[in-house]
Design a protein around this ligand. Sequence first.
Ligand code: SF4
Ligand code: SF4
Length: 466
Amino acid sequence: MITWILVFGWLGFAGIASSALAFVVTSLYERRWRAVGVAASLFMPMLGLFAALLLLDFAVRPWIVLGLLVVGGLAILLLTLPIGSAPWMQTRGEQERVDERDVVFHRFYRLKPGTPEFEAYYHDHPEKIKYDEEVRALPQLAHPGAKTYHQLASPFQAAIFDVLEEITREVDWKPDPIEELPVQASPEEFIRRVKGFARYLGADLVGTTKLNPAYVYSHIGRSPGKWGEPIVLNHSHAIAFGVEMSHTMVRHAPDSATTTETAFKYFEVAKIAMLVARYINLLGYEARAHVDANYRVMCGPIAVDAGLGELGRLGLLVTPQFGPRLRLSVVTTNLPLIQCKPIHFGVQHFCNSCKKCATSCPSGAVESGGKAVYNGVEKWQSDQERCYRFWRRQGSDCSICVKVCPYSHPCTLLHNLVRWVIRHNSLARRVALWGDDLLYGRRDKSRFDLPDWHAKQGCVETDPSL
Ligand code: SF4
Ligand code: SF4
């Protein structure tokens, strides 16, 4: 009996030691020095004591080892069994369609001083003039004068956004005027083809849902088309796509290297939506891609309905796989499809106590208190205007909230294990948050050298006399 207790004691020791080693190696690989230091200072004394206990021979030793094993086993059970509940995001009444002209980007990317739309908008919204004049006086993102501007690095973002804008002008193909009827197949068959094609094209996440008409913008704002025209979109279904953003690029937030990644992933996810829309169209059905700067629908709520994730405190979709570290696009269509179920993995509960995005947001744009009902949905509502003004001051799309979110950790074995554990266990969510603060800090202070190709050296001063 005593021999067996000691054998299990050594197995427990090996388990803790290998977990500690795996964590330290992962943190070294991620270059998270604070996490390495904290883990080493916690695990080393613990392992030393456990080893001493196993090696030293005294009368009650087996019973202490047995006690530790029982406590450890119970702790593992408590943290891994599906315990506790987590609230769903609640709808509390009618949801009205949102006017795209109420989205802050519309004012700075569509309205040009001197145009009739500019005059009409500010005639109806004089309360916006002061803020908008202040922001217009700041340099454009990735343009000379911006805080993070660099002659060799900033054009990366401009290049991607410029090409993206060109190729996403045409996103709404109608079926060719062919005489044959649309291709017939079961919804299961269609979904199998569409999902397979999207994944082949590079989508990390794909989900489908019935299109909630409340998520169709009411009037054209920033997007191409006649400004202020009512939007009519009678598609029955929507397909949401997600593409992961590179963790090694996002960790540079709020530097503009993160904006390069944002731009590139918008490009990638737009490409997927456009190709899938065209594929559906060639089957004889209507399909429209909704991509950066050319939306008729709100991608976030559609992605929630399509089962890609939950809406987090930071006002973005939080997915189980990548947290908010991804970009979205949508295809709406009249192709008959099977719907995915919305998912629920504890984000509302985790965000209640976490608040890291709110604490770290330099503009105070993320709500740090409780939820409130906005347009029929109980949620945390971020302040778009505060956020965007900070972008213009910084010259990048900031993304600090995305970087610091504990769900955004890279997809290594250990982080994936934590993600799995916290999905169904409310106690594990509390422990994980405590551990995240301890290992990485409540405010992320890590600094990483920019990738060589994005570094801010190498400009030769131009001689103004030339
Ligand atoms: S992007 Fe930056 S400014 Fe905007 S909400 Fe996130 S942290 Fe705040
Ligand atoms: S940082 Fe925390 S509070 Fe903010 S979205 Fe992520 S989990 Fe929620």
